[in-house]
Design a binder for this molecule. Structure first.
Ligand code: ZN
Length: 299
């Protein structure tokens, strides 16, 4: 099955929903960053959410960033997504190892700790939209549910899951977001809550061979869901040597001086995808000319 995001409406427009299959995206991220199982799960959940939230962007160049900064050993995660379900992301500390949590699952909450979830939507305006909430559980789905309720005032249910194989590769990954429109009836809200409380986990359903369309059916079957769109989703990084060069300029004159004095080519890896770019000493010298001279840096 190829990765994809499906959009749906149900209950005569009172519900909008998204469902995702993202196994290949999460496995690509795991492979690029060599993440430990708990970080694969954490990053995979955030990538899945990013892919679904990205498709709500209106403009082709609009960009969504989901950022978690936490007190736990993972320190943080960053994911960006566009309107075409192209996503990329990385963890600040990719190799965190933790024992399973009290219910025997990967301890994503323990890896992230206490912290902040930021949702940044860059829609080409002067200032991007920034919504921030404190992490409620650090399990990501609940944190996004809280974000939607408080920052966007949209009652939502979010499910995200990553299941690993014994060799720590990704076996299943996917998720859903269900949102209630402002005019949704109370009876519908109650019935939906009851339905969701009886649902098996996303990864259980995917492991039974269910597609994102099937997930929508399982979640919303009694409210006549209608699939309105299916978008292929991919892990894509748009890095190139020019972008990495900009990062090197930002490193500053002094650090570049040290690299040049070492006299050896350096290799710089893209944070998002791990692709390595090599810079020779003559190239580093050219880059150094573009740095702000130390005397001009205002403090
Ligand atoms: Zn890259």
């Amino acid at each position: 099955m190829n990765d994809c995001i499906v959009r749906a409406t149900a209950a005569k427009g009172q519900i909008r929903a998204f469902a995702a299959y993202t196994k290949n995206i999460v496995e690509t991220a795991r492979n690029a960053h060599n993440t430990s199982p708990v970080i694969t799960a954490a990053l995979g959940r955030l990538l899945t959410a990013g892919a679904m939230m990205g498709v709500t962007l209106k403009g082709e160049d609009d960009l969504l960033t989901l950022k978690i900064n936490g007190s736990g050993p993972a320190k943080g995660l960053i994911v960006t997504a566009d309107a075409k379900a192209n996503v990329k992301g990385y963890a600040m500390v990719p190799d965190v190892l933790l024992p399973p949590n009290a219910v025997g699952k990967l301890d994503v909450s323990g890896a992230l700790g206490i912290g902040i979830l930021s949702v940044i939507k860059d829609m080409g305006l002067k200032d991007p939209y920034v919504g921030q909430v404190e992490l409620k559980t650090g399990e990501i789905a609940e944190d996004l549910t809280y974000y939607f309720a408080t920052s966007e005032q949209v009652p939502s249910a979010v499910g995200l899951g990553v299941l690993m194989n014994k060799d720590n590769t990704v076996r299943q990954a996917g998720g859903f977001i269900i949102q209630l429109m402002p005019y949704a009836e109370d009876a519908l809200i109650d019935a939906l809550e009851a339905r969701l409380s009886k649902m098996p986990s996303v990864t259980t359903l995917l492991d039974e061979g269910k597609t994102p369309e099937d997930l929508i059916g399982c979640l919303l079957g009694e409210w006549e869901p209608e699939i309105t769109e299916s978008v292929p989703a991919r892990f894509v990084c748009n890095c190139d040597k020019k972008r990495v060069e900009k990062a090197l300029i930002a490193v500053g004159k002094k650090e570049l001086d040290a690299m040049i004095r070492d006299g050896e080519d350096i290799e710089v890896k893209c944070q998002f995808c791990g692709k390595a770019y090599s810079f020779s000493i003559p190239e580093l010298k050219e880059i150094q000319k573009l740095c702000t001279p130390i005397s001009e840096i205002k403090t």
